[in-house]
Write a protein that binds this ligand. Structure first.
Ligand code: MF3
Ligand code: CO
Ligand code: CO
Length: 267
């Protein structure tokens, strides 16, 4: 495996796929309220993708050693870190849920996730969701030719840990393009100036998983996919797909409903 660099046509393809993935989240947003099941969210996402003419990248996805993933998106509730499988349990007031959508359009992949707060949530849960969003953006603003992958990880880790949270180590961002998960790996922790140098045309995700408690995670064990915090503390995640441009970065997974960048991000 090696890093793929996108030309102008690839960038256009990635922009479209990225926008569509984000628009699926926009479509779901008004529905994510107490009482809805994650299976219903999955059904709505499939309906939206059908209207878009896009295809879910997760449905039937089967990396080696895993069973085929059975849904059109991932829904990770409370102490679920990632890869939660939609089910028939209704969301309740106070839950936090990550909804992670990856679509394929004309062969290009767009991958993005957001946190949703179900009804009113605790101050601690809200703070975790907001600080994890800021952590993702602390990584994004590092993206520029000449910077290194280690700068992204270090920036996220420093921000998260200085706020008393921990960074999940076992899962990372990834190159993305005509395949779902390609080189490079994008760690959400590390040392400035280390690892691969960023060059124009690279596209990868930044998707920190941040725990309110300890960093350790484990497999739930019952379905081959679901990852939870070992200490059962809350976990949050946000994800964007970004392009390295000649002068910095372009976020490819934006749409009308994307939350604005935090105040510390200048254009
Ligand atoms: N969308 C996830 C990511 O950000 C991957 C989900 S794989 C699945 O990389 F099979 F669990 F859906
Ligand atoms: Co991803
Ligand atoms: Co994702």
């Amino acid at each position: 495996m090696s890093i793929t660099y996108k030309d102008a046509e690839g960038v256009q393809g990635m922009r479209t796929a990225g926008r569509l993935a984000s628009e699926v989240l926009d479509y779901l947003t008004p529905h994510i309220k107490p009482g809805i099941t994650t299976r219903e969210i999955d059904r709505l996402a499939a309906e939206c993708m059908k209207k878009q003419g896009s295809v879910s990248a997760t449905l039937g996805y089967q990396p080696s050693g895993y069973p085929p993933y059975p849904a059109s998106l991932c829904t990770s509730v409370n102490h679920v870190v990632c890869h939660g499988i939609p089910n028939d349990k209704p969301l309740k007031k106070g839950d936090i849920v990550n909804v992670d959508v990856t679509v394929i359009k004309d062969g290009w992949f767009g991958d993005t996730s957001r946190m949703f707060m179900v009804g009113e949530v605790s101050i601690a849960a809200k703070r975790l969701c907001q600080l994890t969003y800021d952590a993702m953006w602390h990584g994004i603003v590092q993206v520029k030719p000449g910077m290194h992958l280690g700068d992204i990880g270090a920036s996220i880790q420093k921000f998260a840990e200085s706020n008393g949270f921990s960074v999940v180590r076992e899962f990372c961002g990834h190159g993305i393009g005509r395949t779902f998960h390609e080189d490079p790996q994008v760690l959400h922790y590390g040392k400035p100036g280390t690892l691969e140098e960023l060059k124009p045309g690279m596209t990868f995700t930044i998707e920190p998983m941040i725990n309110a408690g300890r960093k350790e995670v484990k497999e739930l064990g019952s379905d081959g996919w679901t990852i939870v915090t070992k200490d059962h503390s809350l976990s949050a995640q946000w994800e964007h797909t970004v392009l390295v441009t000649e002068t910095g970065y372009e976020v490819m997974t934006l749409s009308a409903g994307s939350p604005p960048p935090p105040p510390f991000v200048n254009a």
